[in-house]
Design a protein around this ligand. Structure first.
Ligand code: SF4
Ligand code: SF4
Length: 262
């Protein structure tokens, strides 16, 4: 990263290098990088771009099984060069499985239906309507687009992890080590990250930009519905109308855009 651009993002943040613990190692990792990165959120719109006022998703847990869940996770992680790190303390994940009691701690109770109790829920960034992670980021590395997608600009991330502390869903991962050696097959269409950078699900903004639905939705064969929550005629709104759905920790007021049919 150029000195001038480093200086400018610290200026945006209104902080000094010495004022943030851990800033120096993060900057070293930036300096080590040999690969140029696409700035997230700068995808150019054209006539094939899929557009919405507010993108959202519905996970139909009744259609999830041990057969399709691994391929859904794999589709996402392959598309986004998510490293496969065995060390649980250093692992990076964009979409993963969670037990009901952890995914929905506020609706959990002693006499839960057995199917739901044993079900593994697919969880990822909720692309909240009122995202606390965005407010917490001092460099504006994470931001909400007009269509509701919460994105990361990997260039701007200084690794302070304020966004991780602010997200009540644990949706973000931190690269404690260089992720590149842990990527089995690199997808050249998406940037790899570096040590010291935070990352998470991006609702496949790079695929929407070229007219493709998210990789997880494609791999789910109907078990995940994606669409415009603001459009009363959209499929996602019809499914919401016809089914009882829940969201993760709705009482916090973050306004998750991901719904679950249980
Ligand atoms: S789930 Fe977490 S990371 Fe995603 S938008 Fe909400 S607060 Fe931010
Ligand atoms: S929307 Fe895209 S980035 Fe998010 S979980 Fe699905 S495949 Fe992964």
């Amino acid at each position: 990263m150029e000195k001038s651009s480093r200086r400018s993002f610290f200026k945006v943040a209104g902080i000094s290098l010495l004022g943030i613990s851990g800033a120096a190692p993060v900057l070293n990792s930036f300096a080590e990088s040999q690969v140029s990165h696409t700035v997230e959120g700068s995808y150019v719109k054209n006539e094939s771009t899929l557009q919405a006022k507010r993108w959202g998703m519905i996970i139909n847990t009744k259609e999830l099984s041990e057969d399709n869940v691994p391929s859904i996770i794999e589709a996402c992680h392959k598309a986004h060069n998510v490293p496969n790190i065995d060390n649980k303390k250093h692992e990076v994940k964009w979409i993963w499985e969670e037990e009901f009691k952890h995914a929905f701690p506020t609706v959990n109770h002693d006499f839960l239906n057995e199917r739901v109790e044993n079900l593994k829920f697919l969880v990822f960034c909720n692309h909240c309507n009122n995202p606390p992670c965005v407010r917490a980021c001092p460099t504006k590395a994470t931001f909400k687009r007009d269509d509701g997608i919460v994105l990361m600009d990997f260039h701007r991330c200084i690794g302070c992890r304020f966004c991780m502390a602010a997200c009540p869903y644990g949706s973000r991962s931190f690269n404690f080590e260089n992720p590149r050696p842990f990527i089995e097959e690199t997808n050249p269409l998406f940037p790899t990250r570096m040590k010291g950078v935070v990352e998470k699900c991006n609702f496949c903004a790079e695929r929407l930009a070229v007219g493709k639905i998210p990789a997880c939705v494609e791999a789910a064969n109907g078990a995940i519905v994606f669409g415009d929550l603001n459009d009363p005629e959209s499929e996602i709104r019809q499914v919401l109308k016809e089914n009882y759905t829940i969201r993760r920790k709705p009482a916090l007021g973050t306004g998750p855009s991901v719904y679950y049919i249980v």
